[in-house]
Design a protein around this ligand. Structure first.
Ligand SMILES: [Zn+2]
Length: 435
């Protein structure tokens, strides 16, 4: 017999639990017990706990994992339309110059984190300026937020010269601890091979080795990037990353759309954040992720920032990823299953977090979402993965837990006052449009 308060929280009587475990089991009429933010029990019987959640009519799955984004760029949603990557960068960098500072980065990231959580994303790998301000904003909303020091050769808006960036990176772990939030791995984030010289990348590789950090970097997003880098250095971005030692560390590429066979060989079992929405909108190309996976590269899904893909909707990303694979490889029955795993456990593996999050298994952090199945577009339920990837959407997510905390309750944040946030965003945007 269980003690009456054996678990802190029990999610009881779920219609379905999509575990994303090794066997990809889907359990019906089951319950989850959570203690200290960790999944402590999965059972076919309801569990007694201090708090219970009635999951009747709900599907419970692991929270979605966004492996590449720039959350603060929610402030530039719709600001750079009708352009390719280079045109986009030009327009967005000018807007950032006009309004971005630690306060606005925190504001934009809070908005992004709230949007992400409401749509069922519980973890995001977020590259942006002012990472500690951004981290503060995301943690306030309750997101498992992985930010980290960003690197360019030049002093950016943050005014940091190279030596300051290295110093900042060395203090990052301590800074993050000061802010708190759910546990995340340490990442260093050089922006790209077109904004960081090979010498600087070499330095970052040594620092990452010394600190035991992972690396997140944009690479081979479009053909023009590859051409520009080849013109300057006579190499592909991946050749540079391999030669500078970056790829000796656990690395996650943002995009990785245009990679040669030899690039893929050098990439080994590092990760790629596949961002089909951003890639299609900026006409960057189509990443052949089926090929990548078959070569042992880990592939997760990402939205990219809101100024290139306009929202942080991992459901539309899943759907686009599925359509692209069908188009290029032919429709297969297991497609939706593979895509949903890319958004959960494979996304976690891409980030090096598969032991902590990404599936519903005893010992994992309780990052969970509830999907309300009582909707016309979700019945009948012939194939659960097809339903999740090709029919479900953000508005079906009713509740979200991160580390067992109910951060979204019945489609509302328990941590953020949205009306107040909306006013702050409005003020900030007035400053941008009046410049
Ligand atoms: Zn990006």
């Amino acid at each position: 017999m269980w003690q009456s308060s054996m678990f802190d929280l029990a999610i009881n009587g779920a219609e379905l639990i999509v575990t994303c475990d090794e066997k990809n089991r889907v359990l019906s009429k089951s319950s989850i017990g959570i203690t200290d933010g960790v999944i402590a029990e999965v059972s076919s019987a309801p569990l007694p706990a201090g708090k219970t959640f009635d999951a009747q009519g709900k599907l419970i799955s692991p929270g979605l994992i966004n492996t590449h984004t720039h959350l603060a760029m929610t402030l530039f949603r719709g600001w750079a339309e009708g352009v390719d990557l280079q045109g986009f960068l030009e327009r967005v960098w000018a807007a950032e110059g006009a309004i971005m500072n630690p306060e606005t980065a925190e504001l934009g990231t809070t908005l992004g984190a709230l949007e992400a959580l409401l749509g069922g994303t519980t973890t995001a790998l977020d590259m942006y300026l002012f990472p500690d301000a951004a981290h503060k904003g995301a943690v306030r909303a309750g997101l498992r937020h992985i930010s980290g020091p960003i690197f360019f050769d030049f002093a950016g808006l943050d005014g940091l010269e190279w030596a300051d960036r290295i110093k900042f990176a060395r203090s990052w772990n301590e800074r993050m601890k000061g802010i708190g939030g759910p546990e995340v791995p340490l990442y260093l984030m050089p922006h790209s091979t077109y904004t960081c010289s090979p010498e600087h990348l070499h330095e970052i590789a040594s620092l990452a080795h010394e600190l035991g950090a992972s690396i997140h970097i944009h690479a081979s997003e479009n053909i023009k990037e590859n051409d520009d880098v080849a013109r300057r250095f006579g190499k592909t971005p991946t050749e540079i990353l391999s030669e500078t030692g970056i790829l000796n560390q656990h690395t996650v590429y943002g995009h990785g759309v245009h990679l040669s066979n030899s690039d893929l060989e050098s990439l080994g079992n590092n990760g790629i954040a596949h961002c089909p929405g951003s890639n299609l909108k900026l006409a960057s190309g189509i990443a052949d992720v089926t090929e990548y996976v078959s070569r042992g590269v880990k592939v997760g899904l990402g939205t990219d920032g809101c100024s290139s893909s306009n929202d942080l909707d991992m459901w539309s990303v899943m759907r686009l990823a599925g359509y692209l694979i069908s188009q290029s490889r032919g429709p297969t029955k297991s497609n939706a299953e593979k895509i949903f795993r890319m958004a959960t456990i494979e996304g976690a593996a891409t980030l090096g977090m598969e032991k902590r999050v990404g599936s519903i298994e005893i010992g994992k952090r309780a990052d969970l979402i509830a999907i309300d199945l009582n909707a016309p577009h979700l019945i009948p339920l012939h194939n659960v993965f097809a339903q999740l990837v090709y029919a479900a959407g953000r508005s079906d997510v009713s509740d979200v837990w991160v580390d067992g905390h109910n951060v979204i309750q019945n489609r509302k944040s328990t941590l953020i006052d949205f009306s107040a946030l909306m006013l702050q965003v409005q003020d900030c945007i007035t400053a941008l449009t009046s410049k």
